[in-house]
Design a protein. Sequence first.
Length: 246
Amino acid sequence: MEPRPAPPSVPRILVVEDEPDIAALIAYQLTREGFRVETASSGDQALTAVNREVPDLVVLDRMLPGLSGDEVLRSLRSEVATQSLPVLVLTAKREQEDRIQGLELGADDYLTKPFSPRELVLRVQSILRRSDQAGSEPGGRLLRAGPLALDVAAHQVSLNGEELNLTPTEFRLLQALLERRGRTQSRRQLLERAWDVESEVSERIQTRTVDMHIRRLRSKLGAIGDWVETVRGFGYRIKVPEREDG
């Protein structure tokens, strides 16, 4: 089957992979699905490509020569223009610890080599659906907590009318907290909701992963970051002071 040509409006994907055969396979599969695809074989090339034109999603190998995939991901998450850029991490490592490390760095999903090309395509499509939900819900749905507003359909969060730049994972984490506002959710519940990670992961990994992202979310919420309360021994909840509610 010949690759289908991609119209300009379809998502653009940057594939960062130093093994030419794997890069070519990924590019072929994604192009066949109608995506626009660019490849880079090193971390430096990846950052140069992103600076030239921010893609809609990055497929990123962790084990790159020179600048590693982890360093590329840290760089993307440190810049305002790419903080929300969806990233699917690839690695030859199978250990659960390595998977969680990728998620901790801000990856939106994780796939181990060898992988099914079809599964990669499905993962990419799933991430893009979660990251671009504008118009997906008739009439939209707005979750509010004092001056904080989360628009589920538009996939936007604002504080006092100013839009916050959250990663897709941070958005889903905040959405999970707001949907059960005032109610405590365990780290396992939040992990399953925001990361789609199996509940079999160890309690230590659950704690480390969720706690790190909660800290980042609190930092972005600024003055109201302490509304995300820690419930010792269990998890988190979002609670609005009475003077701020309504």
